[in-house]
Design a protein around this ligand. Structure first.
Ligand code: NAD
Length: 474
């Protein structure tokens, strides 16, 4: 059992001021694997005071000192590769290969990228006899979800440390252990006391207290739109800066001139990634009308070879969803798809055969989906592909933009002009062309209700900085 009922405040694990505990469940077995404290507003206050006390000296560290620190963090992180893979698989249910290639790797990439960006980051700009300086914003509250637990904590932490900010992290109560592993890493890397503080607990207790706290200057949040709205309202009372990385309903536009077999491979891999629990999931697959049946048939064939099962089994391509609640949510969307007239091509309701224990779902494909259906408008957060037919490129663009979200979009096509036209017309923070691999130096974030602000690389660091104009100094 992983029992950690203390919080990490001012360089030490300390008892919570409350005695409420939260069970942590392994989604593959439905068994309790540990317990964490459900922190209190007093715990949050202690953590914020520690971060506030550490801020004056940490914010004055040099660029070189922070580069060295980030490099030490990356080195200490790398040493714990095996443990990260085990922990993420246990708390999230991600198959081992995914825990290694995505979850472990992304955490490392963010620390490395921040160190690299810091080498050339423009903290100062001269204008005539004046200067514009970017200075650390202050104590930052970081609130993260469960679906990419290492990626979301580390992108925030790497940017905050690069900028010179001190932090209080509240990780998701469903996946707290990969976040707790960071404590050892930061201690080994020599992070000064009070720069990093971690308070565990639920959103309505710890998250609320953090977003309302008058000494927190900035909140960086990743999670659902619903929570993002609440956080913005809470933060407004003390005029805090807020960045929000929220949901998505990202389109993948497959153009007529693109090899259909490759398109199927890319589209299936995308929507099945992390069992569909991905804010950037290409959850609307736009296919030329006359190719829909062939595409659906090929996608079905591909999924027949996608084994769902125990994440500890190297043969499993898909593990379980994170929780019972998430299982029920995905089931209800599959039911809505059926009720609203989409054609079920593969998968459907219920658990895959032989997997009664664990929050496993059947990877599912719908065709004949129209963009006004619930499954085309709401974020399912599960392995459910919705194929939408289009007749012209203009219609595809119109469908792609007909959503409250604007996180990502994907285009698969060979004609450069058409691809460029689509990339320029889609209202989303990221447009990925022909399955390009992730680039951690590129900004990540959304248009419309997918969020406010950007993470990753230099844009991520920028969010943790305030702008100061010193006029007439030279
Ligand atoms: P969630 O909004 O339920 O929870 C996210 C975090 O917020 C958790 O730590 C939770 O405890 C906390 N929280 C909940 N209520 C709060 C409150 N009132 N005040 C402060 N904090 C509160 O989201 P989730 O279910 O953990 O994650 C899934 C969602 O995250 C999906 O909608 C997904 O699209 C989104 N997401 C977005 C991105 C992105 O970068 N855009 C990345 C991953 C996930």
């Amino acid at each position: 059992m992983r029992i950690q009922t203390k919080h990490y405040i001012d360089g030490a694990f300390v008892e919570s001021t409350g005695n409420e505990r939260l069970d942590v469940i392994n989604p593959a077995t439905e068994e309790v694997i540990g317990q964490i404290a459900n922190g209190t507003p007093e715990d949050v206050d202690r953590a914020v005071q520690a971060a506030k006390k550490a801020f004056p000296s940490f914010s004055k560290t040099t660029r070189e000192e922070r580069i060295e620190l980030l490099n030490h963090i990356a080195a200490a992180y790398e040493k714990r590769k095996k443990e990260f893979i085990e922990v993420v698989t246990e708390e999230l249910g991600a198959p081992l290969h995914l825990s290694e290639r995505a979850h472990y790797q992304m955490g490392l990439a963010h620390f490395r990228e921040a160190a690299k960006q810091l080498e050339t980051f423009p903290f100062e700009e001269r204008r005539g006899n004046s200067v514009i300086r970017k200075e650390p914003i202050g104590v930052s509250g970081l609130i993260t979800p469960w679906n990419f637990p290492t990626n979301q904590t580390t992108t925030k932490l790497a940017s905050a440390f690069a900028a010179g900010c001190t932090v209080v992290l509240k990780p998701s109560e469903l996946t707290p252990y990969s976040a707790l592993m960071l404590v050892d890493i930061f201690e080994e890397a020599g992070l000064p006391k009070g720069v990093f503080n971690l308070v565990n607990g639920t959103g309505d207790r710890v998250g609320n207290a953090l977003t309302k706290h008058p000494d927190v200057e900035f909140i960086s949040f990743t999670g659902s739109v619903q929570t993002g709205k609440l956080i913005s309202k809470n933060a407004a009372d003390t005029v805090k800066k807020v960045t929000l990385e929220l949901g998505g309903k990202s389109p993948m536009i497959i153009l007529d001139d693109f090899d259909i077999e490759i398109a199927v491979k890319i589209a299936v891999a995308n929507i099945m990634y992390n069992c569909g629990q991905m804010c950037t999931a290409a959850s609307r697959t736009l296919v030329p009308k006359d190719k829909v049946d062939k595409f659906a048939e090929l996608a079905k064939k591909r999924l027949e070879r996608y084994p769902v099962g125990d994440p500890l089994d190297p043969k499993s391509a898909l593990g379980p969803l994170i929780s019972k609640q998430q299982y029920e949510r995905v089931q209800s969307y599959i039911q809505k798809g059926i009720d609203e007239g989409a054609t079920l091509v593969f998968g459907g309701l219920g658990k895959p055969e032989g997997l009664e224990k664990g929050y496993y779902v059947k990877p599912t494909i719908f065709k004949d989906v129209t963009n006004d259906m619930t499954i085309a408008q709401e974020e399912i957060f599960g392995p459910v592909m919705s194929i939408i037919a289009y007749e012209t490129v203009d219609e595809a663009i119109e469908i792609a933009n007909d959503t409250i979200y604007g996180l990502s979009a994907y285009v698969l096509g060979n004609d450069k002009k058409t691809v460029e036209k689509i990339a320029g017309s889609i209202r989303a923070g990221q447009v990925n062309i022909n399955g390009a691999i992730a680039d951690y130096s590129m900004p990540f974030g959304g248009f419309k209700q997918s969020g406010i602000g950007r993470e990753w690389g230099d844009y991520g660091i920028d969010e943790y900085l305030e702008v100061k104009a010193i006029i007439g100094i030279y």
